[in-house]
Every structure is written in C-alpha cells, then in structure tokens.
Design a protein around this ligand. Structure first.
Ligand code: FAD
Length: 383
C-alpha cells in the first residue's frame, strides 16, 4: 500500500523524487487548493518533522532538477519550518506559555458545520492541508471564541507532523499574537475558491472580527546555544542516542561515530491519537533498522528519557553523543536527565546539523528579514 504520508526514509525519498519530477513546478500555482488526496502538495511534513529526510535534502533535490526561480515558492515554504524552529529556539518562553496554557485547555472541537470535515480528516488520517489549518484555526479562535492553545493542543495530539515550532507559532499567527495586531480570518469566498469539495459554507460567519487574546508569553530573546556539528574524538566507551527530532542521524557527522551501544528514545505524548502513535512507531522501526545496519549494533528501544541513566550504566559507557533536541517535548524531558548524567560524570556531547547552525541565527525577527538572508545562501546551492 502506498503511504500517503511516508513513514520511512525510503518512502520519503521516493515521494520527494516523484514530487520533484512531476509536481514541483506547478506547486506555486496550485499549493493553496485543498483537494481530495492532496496530490498538489508534497505531503512530506511528517517525514521532515522527524527528519526521516532533512530540509537540506529536500532543497538540494529540488534545485538539482529545477532553476531556483522556478521553485522558489516551494523552497520558501520548506524553510518556513527552519525559520519557526530557529525563532522558537531563541524565544523558549513562547513554548513554555503554550505548555502552561494547553495543560488546562479543553481539546474537543465543536461538531457540525463546514470545519467538521477537516476535523474528521485530521482524526482519521493525522493530516490537514495548510490552508485548511488556517481556516480551521481562524474559525476556532475568532468565530468560536475558543482559547488558541486548546485548538493547538488538539492539532498537536492528532497531527502526524505535530511540531512544537510550526504548530505553536502557526496558531499564534492565526490568533493574532505572533505578528502583534495581525490575525488571520476565514472568509467564505476564499473557502469556496480554494476548497474543491466544499459543501455548505453557511455556518462560516463572514463578518466575524478578530478576537485577539492578551499576550501571556515571555517573548524575550535568548542567545542560541552553541553546539558542534560533529563530536570530538572521545575516550572510553561511547553511547549514541537518537530520538524523534532526528531519525536519520547516520546521514550526519554522527554517522562516523563508532559507538559501543546505540539507543532510540521513543517518548510519545500521553494524549497522542492512535493514528499518530501508529505512524510514529513505523518511523521509529525504520530508524532502528537503519541504525542497526549502519552501526552494527542492536538498537535498544527506550520508552522515555528517564530510562537513559540506567541503560547507560548497564552499557558501561563513559560518554554520550546525540543530536540536541529542539525546543519542545523531547528537550523538556531531556534537560533534567542531562543534568543527572553530567552530575554522574558522564560526558555529554550534543550536536546540531550545519543547516540549523547556518540558518537559525537569521530567525530573530519576522520571516521576510530571515528570507532576505536565507535566499542568497540557498540559491547558491545550485551552482
Ligand atoms: C495553525 C497551523 C498549525 C500548523 N501545525 C504544523 C505542525 O504541527 N507541524 C508542521 O510540520 N507544520 C504545521 N503547519 C504548517 C503547514 O500547515 C504544514 O507543514 C503543511 O501543511 C504540511 O503539508 P505538506 O508537507 O504537504 O506541505 P507542502 O505544501 O508540500 O510544503 C512543503 C514543506 O514546507 C514546510 N511548510 C509548508 N508550509 C509551512 C508552514 N506554514 N509552516 C512551516 N512549515 C511549512 C513543511 O515542512 C512542508 O512539508 C501548521 C500550519 C498552521 C497554519
């Protein structure tokens, strides 16, 4: 069966190839249309979110075949992910605010009406088209007057691509918090134009005004943490640990590490949907199989970050190498564990991909200043 939202690296590379060959050129013109089957978009977001494939691989593949100007819109969309991630790394108070608010928020959406078709699609497939996410979030915040963080939590529990940065900041943007004073509103003529299979739109209130909530987040900017791209030579027995933020570490400088032991941490959210959990387990199985073959070690599957200390002591390792998790659930769970390991004298080395090191510093303010800096770097990749 063809996986509409690839859950393994091979499937993601195949979908990328198909998209590059057949769909990339039309993307700028067709991407906003919400169609059954979503053939006009890449459907690679879940694979990208977990780095079964990387943004760099996607951009490199598309630029290997097409001129930059012909696929600029697609490249720009791909780096929206990088931008949001880089921005959240520098504004962790915004994630903390979402965590606080969503812990107490109601997560069941109202049933009936035009948006319930998308609710159903999200529940059964774990996917919603970008334009539908915008309409749905606008309906939730401005028409229903519900708390944005509760809607964001509902998305987070169901989306295969649930991502701390893209989801939190996408919701804040619709709600009118991200770009202060500017909110997104859903309008009937826009839905009718871009939604191929729309039914009645009568319940969409065309006159609704933005209900922008009070800002409760600490938006102050913190410096980016410094990480090496590759680990240094390490003495003694080295453990390598992977996690849901990067499931293709063997394609990075971590691929050259010769570890004594390898583990994969799989700590899903407690309220994650069954559809999301099933996709994630397939992706984890795929990573585990690839790493077993690449590193020549059986990969231990750990159910949570808290299991790391005892696994390390059983494996007798003196050092631990991993990709630094991004601001989000894995980083929150990792932080206290890192402290425990360091207190126990384990050397911890966290790395970050060159792509992130290069582009995150530019994600300090709005997207367009970021794009102004990113575009020359990306367009040069073609030469
Ligand atoms: C309210 C809201 C919540 C969202 N939550 C998430 C989320 O949790 N996880 C997530 O990955 N994306 C999220 N997005 C962004 C976007 O909707 C999805 O990335 C996109 O729909 C995925 O489908 P695709 O891969 O077919 O996209 P394509 O149109 O094929 O785009 C190619 C790639 O570009 C990136 N991209 C495209 N649009 C955006 C965008 N607006 N923001 C960030 N990256 C983008 C994605 O990596 C995507 O795979 C959200 C958007 C909104 C408005």
């Amino acid at each position: 069966m063809v996986d509409l939202f690839p859950s393994d690296r091979q499937g993601a590379l195949q979908r990328l190839d198909e998209f590059v060959q057949a769909e990339a050129i039309a993307y700028a013109r067709t991407r906003n249309f919400v169609e059954v089957g979503h053939a006009n978009v890449s459907r690679l977001s879940a694979a990208l979110r977990h780095r079964l494939i990387s943004e760099e691989e996607v951009v490199t593949a598309v630029l290997a075949v097409h001129r930059f100007s012909a696929v600029e819109k697609f490249v720009q969309e791909v780096v929206w992910r990088t931008y949001w991630k880089g921005w959240l790394e520098q504004h962790p108070g915004v994630w903390e605010d979402y965590v606080r608010q969503s812990a107490v928020a109601m997560t069941v959406p109202p049933s009936g009406g035009a948006m319930s078709r998308f609710t159903e699609e999200l529940r059964t497939t774990g996917y919603m088209h970008n334009h539908a996410r915008m309409w749905w979030a606008a309906w939730w915040c401005h028409q229903q007057g519900l708390p944005w963080a509760a809607g964001a939590r509902f998305f987070f529990d169901h989306l295969l691509d649930a991502d701390a940065a893209s989801n939190t900041l996408g919701w804040r943007w619709v709600a009118g918090l991200q770009t202060p004073g500017k909110a997104y509103l859903a309008r009937r003529d826009n839905l009718a134009k871009y939604w191929e299979d729309h039914g009645s739109l009568e319940d969409i209130d065309d006159h609704v005004r933005a209900r922008i909530p009070a800002e409760t987040a600490d938006r102050s900017r913190t410096s980016l943490s410094e990480y090496p791209e590759a680990p240094p030579e390490l003495e003694g027995k080295v453990a390598l640990v992977g996690h849901a933020d990067d499931l293709s570490i063997e394609t990075t400088p971590l691929g050259a590490v010769r570890p004594s032991s390898v583990a994969l941490i799989d700590q899903p959210g407690v309220t994650d949907s069954a559809v999301k959990c099933a996709w994630r387990s397939r992706a984890m199985d795929d990573a585990s199989a690839r790493w077993t073959s690449h590193y020549g070690k059986v990969v231990s599957r750990l159910p949570c970050w808290d299991a790391l200390a005892s696994w390390l002591s059983e494996s007798g390792c003196d050092a631990l190498v991993l990709m630094a998790p991004f601001v989000g659930p894995d980083a929150d769970a990792w932080r206290p564990v890192r402290q425990t390991l360091q207190d126990a004298g384990i050397r911890v080395v966290e790395c970050r991909r060159a792509w992130d090191q290069r582009l995150f510093p530019a994600a300090r303010a709005g997207f367009f200043p970021f794009w102004h800096k990113a575009k020359p770097i990306l367009s040069k990749r073609q030469q």
